[in-house]
Design a protein around this ligand. Structure first.
Ligand code: ZN
Length: 241
């Protein structure tokens, strides 16, 4: 079986569609694992939820999914994110809201635990350092954990008492050591590469493949401007920051 791993779509339909096309060109995937933040920031929240729901998938809740349905207080968000969140809430149908409400915080599938932020704090924690990764290995039971939230593709490996970080891994062979893996963000990458990021897990060769995909960034930006979304959120897509 092949599984597509997507995090942080963030209402960016053009990026989401480009990733789905790339998956097809690479031989397809039987199931999509979505690591949360389907909505927030971008111009197409309803369309992204609808497209995801057409596909065989699993999905956990992210902080922006919860913010859009009023489950978390957006006073913790920066002003641009809060503005985008208020706009997102006005775009959702009752069915969209029910779907977002139904998303769990944690899922497990095969050897994987699936969360948005971290196994320790599924909604809010960013795992960007070996220190936070090391602490989080104690908070899940499976061999591997998939996370999103930082929009940065990363692999943390637990070896004995230490934890190693690999920022450039493009193929991750699953073996004896426990791993925390972030596929990067689809809809708002933040590692300096504006291309959409995602991964495919192939259980036949027990390997996770990281991919980058170009998409029509300007099309998303034009739609954001038309919807009156904050300028900073529009321009950052050009730089992947
Ligand atoms: Zn996010």
């Amino acid at each position: 079986m092949r599984y597509a791993i997507l995090a942080d779509i963030h209402s960016n339909l053009a990026a989401f569609q480009a990733v789905l096309r790339d998956i097809e060109e690479r031989g397809g995937a039987e199931e999509l694992w979505c690591l949360g933040d389907i909505v927030g920031y971008g111009p197409d929240p309803g369309e992204c939820i609808a497209l995801l729901r057409q596909l065989p998938h699993l999905c956990v809740a992210g902080n922006h999914d919860w913010a859009a349905i009023g489950r978390v207080d957006i006073s913790d968000f920066n002003p641009d994110a809060a503005q985008a969140c208020r706009w997102t809430a006005t775009q959702l149908t009752p069915q969209d809201v029910r779907y977002l409400e139904s998303l769990p915080l944690t899922l497990s599938r095969d050897d994987f635990t699936i969360v948005h932020g971290s196994p320790r704090e599924p909604i809010w924690e960013y795992v960007l350092s070996t220190q936070s990764a090391k602490a989080n290995f104690g908070y899940f039971e499976t061999m591997f954990c998939l996370i999103g939230h930082s929009h940065v593709p990363l692999v943390f490996e637990h070896i004995g008492e230490t934890c190693l970080l690999d920022e450039l891994a493009t193929e991750v062979k699953l073996g004896e050591n426990r791993l925390i893996i972030n596929p990067g963000g689809v809809g708002q990458p933040r590692d300096g590469d504006p291309r959409a990021a995602y991964a495919i897990y192939d259980d036949r060769d027990k390997t996770i493949y990281h991919y980058r995909v170009t998409y029509d960034i300007e099309a998303t930006q034009e739609r954001m401007v038309r919807q009156g979304l904050p300028n900073f959120l529009v321009t950052r897509l050009s730089y992947g920051l």
